[in-house]
Design a protein around this ligand. Structure first.
Ligand code: TYD
Length: 208
């Protein structure tokens, strides 16, 4: 059986990933590709508990602890959800994955990238997503969208400078891995973003 494809969605808070995720699922359904939708941190029972801790604004958490918990959740996620689904030929769409650790814990919190690479190698070996859609928006746009939403979590309460660093780190990674990470300008209209997503997915869909 053919392995499924692993697609990840990234962006600063308020970049509009969730809206696009629904559209990607619809696209896959239309062409008859079975998919599993999941998220990080989370995706497993233990991972969702770690997510609650990580997003709880009442905790003070060292950047190292934050990174370790993200990768702990990721190890469970890979072993129990992502890899089994890919092996069964299902496509996996994950709302965030390891690029978020490089962007938030690396860029945002200033953790040494070499340390994150050790964790990455430890937890996932050589496995990388087949495609990563990075939804890029200016920080002001992201922050405005977040403030219109419901409650604010531990990351969303960070200042604009934090998200500037996160965005810069995402853009750096997109430059570093241009074959895998595709930048989608998420400040366009919804219809334009949808069209860009479809166009970016097309080569993978044509290859099934
Ligand atoms: P998010 O994906 O934005 O969910 P929601 O749309 O429900 O707010 O929330 C997850 C938060 O976790 C987000 O602020 C980014 C952060 N995060 C990291 O800092 N590092 C990581 O490795 C991952 C996966 C997420």
């Amino acid at each position: 059986m053919k392995q499924g494809k692993f697609i990840t969605l990234e962006g600063i808070d308020g970049a509009g990933k969730s809206t696009q995720l629904a559209w990607i699922v619809e696209l896959l359904q239309r062409v008859g590709i079975p998919s599993v939708v999941t998220r990080e941190p989370g995706g497993t029972a233990l991972g969702e508990k770690l997510r609650d801790i990580l997003l709880d604004g009442s905790f003070m958490i060292y950047p190292e602890t934050e990174a370790l918990l993200m990768f702990a959740a990721r190890r469970e996620h890979l072993g129990r959800v992502i890899l089994p689904a890919l092996t069964k030929g299902q496509w996996v769409i994950s709302d965030r994955f390891t690029d978020a650790s490089f962007a938030y814990q690396g860029g945002g919190r200033g953790l040494d990238t070499a340390k994150l690479e050790i964790l990455e190698h430890w937890v996932q070996g050589a496995l990388q997503p087949d495609l990563t859609l990075y939804f890029d928006v200016p920080v002001e746009v992201g922050q405005q969208r977040v403030s219109q939403g419901g409650s604010i979590d531990r990351f969303e309460q960070e200042k604009a400078e934090f998200f500037q660093r996160v965005r810069a780190a995402y853009l750096d990674r997109a430059r570093q891995f241009p074959g895998r990470i595709k930048i989608i300008d998420s400040s366009q209209s919804l219809a334009e973003v949808k069209a860009a997503v479809e166009q970016t997915l097309r080569p993978l869909l044509n290859n099934v």
